[in-house]
Design a protein around this ligand. Structure first.
Ligand code: NA7
Length: 536
């Protein structure tokens, strides 16, 4: 132990994104001494870091904001059906100001270690600067997609122009006018970036490894009349989110794709393709994500749309995924993305055909050509779900290491607790329901708050998940994944990241059951006095 006394707290929260902010708010209500440690210089998490051009919601704005404060709901006006990142970051700041959250948040404080001490039944965290803090409880609010990854390509540091990962975008605007720009990656982030900067660049080259399905977002401004309706309708909006599979507003279809005629199916797809948001994914026929033939009908439909929208048939074919069906990876939503490839100054490079060999001082060298660029954008994604845990040296009872424990995939109880890691709770960790994420955040924060309150009310100082509890939840999560087409394809949802050593084998790190079922299970645990935990 160092010479500096360690301040004593009741709860330490890591992260001041949407989870950490709300968790702080709730724990303050219990009168506890809470401190949040945040690596960034301000609140917002995902919306603080992801400042890349075109970053915006794919969830309807009014279904995304916090629902816990009626006052907040009435005060805040979302300007668009799918708000852009600057607006969402303003929203996060508004919330922080309104509830005076910053006084308990320590910024520029990256946690590098968190160790449990049995004697004191408490957690000590160590920040990058060496300072340490101690608390009875540790709550991680570090986000499922918050550790960006760069390609493992030779010469990455050699490039003399400007290069950015989308999730580490500078605060100052980047000028693309007349510039030769490369984008590597065509996931949800790459697509938003490409369709936005294509309007400004001199020349754009997109390096695509795997074609992704994407469907129109159909964003629009919210006029005064609609604003009024939204504000009056919040109870119904949130009630709807509570009923649906993944907390989105889109009502799932109870019919199978082949329970309707070919004409009806086509008309349904046409309607969904013309509607705002995730309806085509979340409100589609019930079997498109589990039945190969049903999936083929929607995949064929969207492929036809791509062929209609992209003028050059060769380019269109490159943009149509061949290795996975529609919706089996996280569906990007787009705004005239496919039309970008009709611009004379935009080129698509299929890097499965001509792999990138190295980054050079001037640009990118593929097996076929050498390209020169002023700017390279890496839209190459994240070490998802477990990556942010791996970066912190979490140690539990008898020095047990979390990274080691999760070597072959996460082992959790309700996605919230881990055996041998007493008094540590995870928000939006692996094995929890994600979906429309603030809805899941609010539920998990309330559940964790209930557990902390239970501990203080009952003078409990040690809460631990049992091996049986962990086994049963982990088995349950695995069983839920059986039969899903999404589990047969590489993506961050199946734990694959080609840029991270050891993440080339598919795992089940994501809870794929319904949010209502998840909540019912957690409610049951709470109602029974948390008797599935080892309490002391
Ligand atoms: P994603 O969805 O993981 O997409 C990353 C993209 O980058 C994807 O197209 C990858 O191709 C590509 N990629 C990754 N590494 C490389 C290398 N080394 N070389 C070439 N291409 C590469 O991340 P996003 O940021 O777009 O979205 C993440 C989530 O954030 C999203 O689902 C939303 O929930 C918000 P691949 O498909 O792996 O072949």
């Amino acid at each position: 132990m160092g010479a500096t006394p360690i301040p004593n707290l009741d709860v330490i929260i890591i992260g001041a994104g949407l989870s950490g902010m709300y968790q702080l708010y709730r724990l303050r209500e219990l009168g506890l001494r809470v401190r949040v440690f945040e690596a960034g210089t301000d609140v917002g998490g995902t919306w603080y870091w992801n400042r890349y051009p075109g970053a915006r919601f794919d969830s309807e704005s009014y279904s995304y904001g916090y629902s816990f404060s009626k006052e907040l709901l009435q005060e805040w006006d979302w300007s668009e059906h799918f708000a852009g990142q600057p607006e969402t970051l303003r929203y996060c700041n508004y919330v922080a100001d309104k509830f005076d959250l910053r006084r308990d948040i320590q910024f520029e404080s990256r946690v590098k270690a968190a160790h449990y001490e049995e004697e004191s039944r408490s957690w000590t965290i160590t920040l990058e600067d060496g300072s340490r803090f101690n608390a009875r409880f540790l709550i991680t609010a570090i986000g499922p997609l918050s550790t960006p990854t760069l390609p493992r390509i030779e010469g990455l540091g050699d490039f003399k122009g400007a290069s950015f990962h989308t999730a580490r975008w500078p605060k100052e605007p980047v000028d693309f006018t007349g510039k030769r720009v490369a984008v590597i990656g065509t996931g949800a982030t790459g697509i938003q970036t490409i369709q936005t900067i294509a309007k400004e660049v001199g020349h754009l080259t997109v390096f695509q490894r795997t074609a992704n399905w994407a469907a129109p977002l159909h964003n629009g401004k919210i006029d005064a009349e609609t604003q009024k309706k939204i504000k009056a309708g919040y109870p119904e909006i949130f009630a709807r989110c509570q009923e649906t599979f993944a907390c989105f507003v889109h009502t799932p279809d109870t019919r199978g794709a082949f329970e309707v005629s070919d004409e009806e199916r086509e008309a349904n797809y046409e309607r969904l393709y013309g509607e705002r948001g995730f309806g085509i994914w979340q409100g589609n026929f019930k079997d498109i994500l589990i039945d190969r033939k049903a999936n083929a009908t929607i995949s064929d439909f969207v492929a036809r749309k791509i062929r209609q929208r992209v003028k050059n048939p060769e380019v269109a074919e490159k943009l149509i995924p061949k290795n996975h069906g529609f919706g089996t990876r996280r569906l990007p939503l787009e705004t005239f993305y496919f039309e970008v490839y009709n611009q004379d100054n935009v080129e698509l490079v299929d890097i499965k055909e001509t792999p990138i060999e190295r980054i050079t001082t001037k640009g990118i060298k593929t097996s076929a050509r050498e390209f020169e660029f002023d700017i390279i954008i890496y839209a190459t994604g994240f070490d998802a779900l477990t990556g942010s845990f791996d970066k912190i040296d979490f140690r539990g009872v008898n020095d047990a290491r979390l990274k080691e424990k999760w070597k072959h995939g996460p082992q959790t109880y309700l996605g919230i607790m881990v055996h041998e890691f007493p008094n540590m709770m995870m928000l939006m960790g692996p094995h929890t329901a994600l979906g429309n994420i603030p809805r899941s955040i609010e539920y998990s924060v309330d559940w964790v708050t209930g557990l902390v309150r239970f501990a203080y009310d009952n003078k409990l100082t040690r809460l631990e998940a049992t091996t049986a509890g962990v086994q049963s939840w982990t088995d349950h999560v695995k069983a839920l994944g059986v039969g899903l087409l999404s589990n047969e394809i590489d993506s961050w949802m199946t734990g694959i990241n080609s840029n991270v050593e050891g993440k080339q084998t598919r795992i089940i790190a994501r809870y794929s059951g319904s949010a209502p079922a998840y909540r019912a299970r957690c409610d049951e645990v709470a109602a029974k006095g948390y008797d599935e935990l080892r309490l002391g």
